[in-house]
Design a protein around this ligand. Structure first.
Ligand SMILES: O=P(O)(O)O[C@@H]1[C@@H](OP(=O)(O)O)[C@H](OP(=O)(O)O)[C@H](O)[C@H](OP(=O)(O)O)[C@H]1OP(=O)(O)O
Ligand SMILES: Nc1ncnc2c1ncn2[C@@H]1O[C@H](COP(=O)(O)OP(=O)(O)O)[C@@H](O)[C@H]1O
Length: 304
């Protein structure tokens, strides 16, 4: 493939992509696309084998109409919907995974790609790959998870900030709660306790699944967390809001929590299955990350 990747007609690079392989960048130049016509679908280029084909086969297995595996059927709830493989005329050699875009239903999406587990390399990794992974964010062995990219919307300034993997890796362990997890949930302007509580409920369901399944091990897999950054009435956060359409978005209940009338408040899905392997035991690597993420979120609730 040449240096200028072909952009199939009617597509553009994914509008909101916080991490991972990007169209036109990196070694393969292949990444995420979206259709100009339907923002609710994304097209993920299948990367070179074995990583790309492993992910493709995994989606096909889980979403096969013939799938009867109870664990996989349960897991499906936590994944973006998979609508098959798609080939563009212009790039007939590149299969794309046609996936549900879980960000497009949010008006001002706050997005975090959270890579789960202290071990981010799979059992087939070379010594070089292990060394490269281990030095990226050494504190992950204690924290158990890491951010690989963030997008945060601050409604008080009507500003959206994007933080790349280098920013995420530069976080020190001692500032991780406040400047990492806290930053994503608005600690520096208005801590989104409503979002954190709703997210904790969803994470509990994922943890319940991991507590029972002994079939699969997920390495370098992420949780994609998305929440609505636009709030109904920002005056209580120090400024006015930015448009009439926001007025009906979040309603405040009598107990102070915000509920979403038209749009979801928060979504979380498991993504990136390029290093999923068969197993015969619980995935303690992923579970360590998940328990710690839940612990960090509960600590955050005690602040602010
Ligand atoms: O470390 P490398 O060179 O193996 O490249 C990583 C990729 O490995 P690959 O070349 O596809 O086997 C790697 O892919 P995998 O997670 O190994 O599938 C990531 O894309 C990684 O970026 P990040 O740490 O998740 O932000 C990539 O890391 P960066 O090079 O972007 O730091
Ligand atoms: N289903 C999805 N809906 C919306 N955005 C997504 C979805 N899947 C991935 N993304 C975006 O693309 C990025 C990279 O996704 P990922 O599957 O991890 O790719 P890679 O294998 O290149 O690392 C994520 O950080 C996120 O911003």
């Amino acid at each position: 493939m040449g240096s200028e990747p072909v952009l199939p007609k009617g597509t553009r690079p994914l509008d909101v992509q916080v991490a991972g392989h990007r169209h036109g960048a990196g070694k393969t130049k292949l990444g995420m696309l979206q259709s100009e016509e339907d923002a609710h679908l994304i097209y993920k280029a299948v990367q070179n084998p074995p990583r790309g084909t492993r992910e493709l086969e995994f989606y096909q297995q889980v979403f096969s109409p013939a799938c009867t595996d109870v664990q996989l059927l349960q897991l499906k709830r936590f994944m973006p919907h998979f609508a098959g493989v798609y080939y563009y005329k212009e790039t007939p050699d590149v299969p794309y995974l046609k996936l549900e875009n879980i960000v497009s239903k949010f008006r001002k999406p706050c997005v975090a790609d959270i890579k789960m587990g202290p071990c981010t390399y799979d059992p087939t990794a070379s010594a070089e790959k292990i060394a490269s992974e281990v030095q990226k964010f050494p504190a992950v062995v204690r924290i158990g998870f890491q951010f690989t990219g963030l997008q945060v919307h601050d409604p008080t300034r009507n500003k959206t900030e994007c933080l790349d993997k280098f920013w995420c890796r530069s976080l020190k362990e001692e500032e991780f709660l406040i400047n990492g997890v806290g930053k994503f949930f608005g600690l520096d302007h208005h801590l989104r306790k409503d979002v954190i509580k709703a997210l904790l409920e969803k994470l509990q369901l994922i943890q319940d699944w991991f507590d029972t399944q002994t079939e699969l091990a997920f390495y370098a897999s992420s949780l994609l967390v998305v929440y609505e950054g636009e709030v109904q009435n920002a005056s209580r956060h120090g400024t006015t809001m930015n448009g009439p359409e926001s007025s009906d978005l979040l309603k405040t209940k009598s107990d102070g929590t915000e509920v979403n009338s038209d749009h979801p408040l928060v979504d979380v899905r498991m993504i990136d299955f390029t290093h999923v392997f068969k197993s015969e035991t619980k995935d303690e690597n992923y579970l360590f990350g998940l328990r710690n993420l839940i612990r960090y979120l509960n600590e955050l609730l005690q602040l602010g």
